[in-house]
Design a protein around this ligand. Structure first.
Ligand SMILES: C[S@@+](CC[C@H](N)C(=O)[O-])C[C@H]1O[C@@H](n2cnc3c(N)ncnc32)[C@H](O)[C@@H]1O
Length: 198
């Protein structure tokens, strides 16, 4: 599993977006850093293998979804820009080919990427229709800093008690959100903050 996750991480990390130039708003998480966080996330019970239902709020090309799909029961992503969400299928094709050549396990089939606004109601109707899962059923939320305050509000209002919110891209001063408790493991690897809905 670690070998496969390492290969997935390196595949996407070679194709990062927005480090420089005009696409800064859609910067990519470093999946090798996330790989270094996995052990603690598992030890702390923030990911329950094969059980957790994961939602990336602002998933871009779905790379974090692909990464988490190996660890969770369901991996859902929502992306505002249609052309960005479309990159998911395109990159997935190359990744599948690379995994096959390396003799590594195939990509799990538990990933669903949706085009829509994570703060609106419509996309959640589509998610419910396609996966049978409501917002309240997700246990593990993720975002890359961009809209973290709005998404924290959403989780506070509608998330299930005990659900976890991971915020990637933090620095030394960690954001605080009403109704969400900052967990002492934060920041994992200096960049990932974890919160639990009270
Ligand atoms: C910085 S990127 C992060 C992508 C991916 N989660 C990662 O960590 O590699 C943030 C993405 O969120 C999207 N986004 C911003 N607001 C959104 C919203 N309200 N609903 C869905 N996607 C949104 C942007 O279009 C952008 O692609």
């Amino acid at each position: 599993m670690k070998k496969t996750l390492g290969r997935v991480a390196s595949f996407y990390d070679k194709r990062k977006v927005g480090e420089t130039g005009a696409l800064g708003f859609r910067r990519s998480s470093d999946l090798n850093i996330l790989l270094d966080c996995v052990e603690v996330l598992l030890q702390e019970g923030l990911i329950i293998p094969g059980e957790s239902r994961f939602l990336d709020l602002g998933c871009a090309d779905g790379r974090v979804n692909v990464f988490f799909s190996y660890l969770v029961r369901l991996s859902v992503g929502i992306e505002l820009d249609e052309w960005t969400a479309e990159e998911y299928e395109y990159l997935k094709g190359f990744l599948e080919n690379e995994l096959e050549v390396q003799g590594l396990p195939k990509l799990p089939t538990n990933i669903s990427i949706f085009h829509g606004d994570s703060t609106g109601a419509e996309v959640y109707r589509s998610i419910s229709k396609e996966t049978g899962v409501e917002f309240e059923d997700f246990d593990l939320f993720y975002t890359y800093l961009v809209m973290h305050e709005e998404f924290a509000e959403l989780i506070k209002a509608r998330g299930r008690k005990g659900s976890v919110f991971l915020v990637y891209g933090v620095d030394r001063i960690l954001p605080r959100y009403e109704g969400l408790r900052l967990l002492p493991v934060s920041p994992l690897k200096g960049i990932l903050a974890a919160y639990r809905k009270e």
